[in-house]
Ligand binder design. Structure first.
Ligand code: 4NP
Length: 147
């Protein structure tokens, strides 16, 4: 799960899928990263943490890291939260196999629409709830697909 800062959208997507995978007893490793390094080592944004806790998917323990090229070797599926993240990830791809792992997460719930998960960082509380709702739906579909 990849966004820009790895403190709002991708940790929420990570927390959701991580717990859903665990609940199903699946042996699948889930992680998240940011394309930028602004927040490396930080906990997720307190507003995202609050929404996550209230929804039963706590993410307080996650810490931000930057996406690295070796992530293409570590992961089979790489989900970008928006088209800018998508382009930045693709720019690090070494070959067609790397590129084929990358997709926009909302294309799982809205196939072919190329929708972005809006960045909630500079907005109000509702933005975080909206992000949760979109990612809850998308991760339900991803869970079905990978299980
Ligand atoms: P995220 O949100 O990419 O969903 O983690 C952001 C967090 C921080 C910044 C931008 C987006 N920032 O500019 O610091």
């Amino acid at each position: 799960m990849v966004c820009l800062g790895n403190i709002c959208r991708s940790p929420m997507a990570d927390g959701l899928l991580r717990k859903k995978v665990q609940n199903e007893g699946l042996d699948i490793f889930v992680d998240s990263a940011g394309t930028a390094n602004y927040h490396v080592g930080e906990a997720p944004d307190s507003r995202m943490c609050q929404t996550a806790r209230e929804s039963g998917f706590p993410i307080d323990d996650l810490r931000a890291r930057q996406f690295v090229q070796s992530d293409f070797d570590q992961f089979d599926l790489i989900y970008a939260m928006d088209s800018s993240n998508y382009k930045n990830i693709i720019s690090l791809a070494r070959n067609a196999d790397d590129e084929s792992k990358v997709s926009l997460i909302l294309n799982e719930s809205h196939p072919g629409k190329n929708l972005n998960v809006p960045d909630p960082y500079y907005g109000g509380e509702q933005g975080f709830v909206d992000v949760f709702t979109m990612l809850d739906e998308a991760t339900d579909i991803i869970l079905k697909k990978i299980s």
